[in-house]
Write a protein that binds this ligand. Structure first.
Ligand SMILES: NC(=O)c1ccc[n+]([C@@H]2O[C@H](COP(=O)([O-])OP(=O)(O)OC[C@H]3O[C@@H](n4cnc5c(N)ncnc54)[C@H](O)[C@@H]3O)[C@@H](O)[C@H]2O)c1
Length: 345
């Protein structure tokens, strides 16, 4: 592995022997050959037809396409990939290159984690959400019919290339979905990311995530902060059968988390207004559909897999965002009912 250097920003993810660099900037994908593990024999490039981004690993390679959307993120796709890799004769010296959004990097990353008990993977995330979140930190996995991301592994990539040029072809709602995660980082650090040029913004988000992952790779504690806004977001995604893109649901989840923190007297009105202003500033939805059934949403939030001790939320407070377990159900329900009663505003 050599260093792409000039023109790109490099953000280290510090994980001892598993450390790697995330390279951010326009044209980063053209440096793929330089970041492959040294001695890599062949490369299996995993992507989707809808991604439309080509890469040149500079070594013998083959392209393996998978289906689009959440339905493709399942064990059958992992089996199919591993079988096709075996038929091609891939060995542990070879490398997987995942080119796509979170569906591709999660699925190909998990297949790489289990094929031959683990072969190297390099991520080339092509969505904003993938660049600031999904491709960073080594969580890989697939869905089961019973729930999202229920089967997976921690498998750190050898390198990540966040090429901001490829975001130009992203459909607007996919771009907005990434902005929801950007809004989340805003509250985790208090940094005003909105004013930064895109490359810098992506690099800053990567650095925030990298710092949290470096402290808590396996989500024993601090990494759970990355779920800020996600408890209601996941419930809204399930209740609405994914009519909201993930980042749109996160935007609403951020406002709800602020309202809940206010009801628990952790923050005042000003902080709720800050959340509403940041979400609106990113052009994200800030209005909860008043047709939602609060009981259904509370029941879904109780099923959240992070809820180890009753209802668990990442909540803002005097010392910043913290994980708060055992939030009383009636407080959660009242906060929701009040928001819905205001017409979701
Ligand atoms: N592993 C993690 O830490 C982590 C974190 C957050 C989210 N995720 C996962 O990420 C997934 C969502 O990822 P996503 O939002 O990137 O969605 P996605 O992967 O479904 O991509 C969205 C759509 O954009 C298309 N696309 C991708 N790049 C494109 C480009 N440059 N130009 C045009 N079209 C392009 C894709 O083909 C797809 O149709 C979810 O499954 C979620 O669970 C994982």
């Amino acid at each position: 592995m050599s260093s792409p250097g000039a023109g790109l920003r490099s953000v280290p993810v510090d994980l001892g022997d598993d450390s790697y660099e995330v390279w951010v900037g326009a044209g980063a994908r053209r440096h793929l050959a330089e970041v492959l593990p040294s001695g890599a024999g062949r490369a299996a490039v995993v992507t989707q037809a809808t991604v439309g981004v080509t890469v040149d690993p500079g070594i013998e390679h083959r392209v393996f396409t998978i289906g689009d959307g959440e339905p493709a993120k399942r064990l059958a796709t992992v089996e199919d990939l591993c079988r096709r890799w075996a038929q091609w004769g891939m060995t542990r010296r070879d490398v997987v290159v995942a080119v796509g959004g979170g569906v591709v990097t999660d699925t190909a990353g998990f297949a790489a984690a289990v094929y031959h008990r683990g072969i190297a993977v390099v991520h080339v995330p092509t969505t904003l959400l993938g660049q600031v979140d999904a491709a960073i930190g080594g969580k890989t996995g697939v869905n089961l019919p019973e729930g999202k991301n229920l089967v997976g592994a921690f498998w750190q990539p050898a390198a990540v290339l966040c090429d901001t040029e490829v975001l130009e072809t992203l459909p607007p709602r996919e771009y907005a979905s990434g902005l929801g995660e950007l809004a989340k980082y805003h509250f985790l650090t208090g940094d005003d990311l909105g004013d930064l040029p895109l490359d810098e913004r992506v690099a800053r988000c990567v650095a925030i995530k990298a710092a949290i992952v470096a402290e808590d790779e396996r989500e024993g504690g601090r990494r759970a902060l990355l779920n800020y806004g996600h408890t209601l977001a996941h419930a809204l995604e399930i209740a609405g059968h994914h009519d909201l893109r993930h980042g749109e649901a996160v935007a609403l989840g951020l406002i709800f988390a602020a309202r809940l923190a206010r009801r628990l007297e952790r923050v005042g009105d000003g902080r709720v207004a800050d959340h509403e202003a940041v979400v609106a500033g990113y052009g994200l939805p800030d209005r909860l559909d008043p047709g939602h059934d609060p009981d259904e949403l509370v029941a879904l939030m109780k099923r959240d897999k992070k809820a180890l001790d009753g209802l668990t939320f990442a909540l803002d407070g005097p010392d910043g965002v913290e994980v708060v377990a055992g939030v009383p159900e009636d407080v959660v329900r009242t906060t929701l009912v009040q928001w819905l009663g205001e017409g979701g505003r």
